[in-house]
Design a protein around this ligand. Structure first.
Ligand SMILES: [Zn+2]
Length: 125
């Protein structure tokens, strides 16, 4: 399981790609470089990222975590949207919950929802 803060770093690092240097990461997150470094070292200790020259990169485990949370987000969003909520509200609540659901709970929700193929935004589940 990862926290919202950890996820934020992983997504920013993935988006920056070949520009994922400490200065860029801290700028994008909106914190000072020492704070970003502390969080990056924490992510390294969890096996989610590694350093290569001056760059920070996602490990396979880090990539899997991002995908797992994305999938959770889409399934939760689908359930709320299907239950009559508007898409913005469904997305907002899914954003609060997607990190909190373990994989087995997400799979149970997915099956209960009838194995949907797309989220309300049209992205693949
Ligand atoms: Zn969403």
């Amino acid at each position: 399981m990862i926290s919202k803060k950890e996820l934020r770093y992983l997504v920013v690092i993935a988006e920056l790609g070949e520009e994922a240097r400490l200065s860029k990461i801290s700028e994008r997150i909106g914190v000072k470089p020492p704070s970003a470094l502390e969080e990056i070292n924490h992510l390294i200790s969890k096996g989610l990222v590694f350093r290569l020259n001056n760059l920070v990169k996602l490990t396979e485990k880090g990539k899997e975590e991002v995908k797992r949370v994305e999938r959770a987000h889409r399934i939760i969003e689908y359930v709320f949207y299907n239950g009559g909520m508007n898409i913005e509200r469904a997305c907002e609540i899914a954003s609060e919950l997607d990190c909190l659901f373990p994989s087995d709970a997400i799979e149970a929700l997915f099956i209960t929802a009838g194995r949907p193929k797309k989220c309300p935004h049209g992205k693949d589940i």
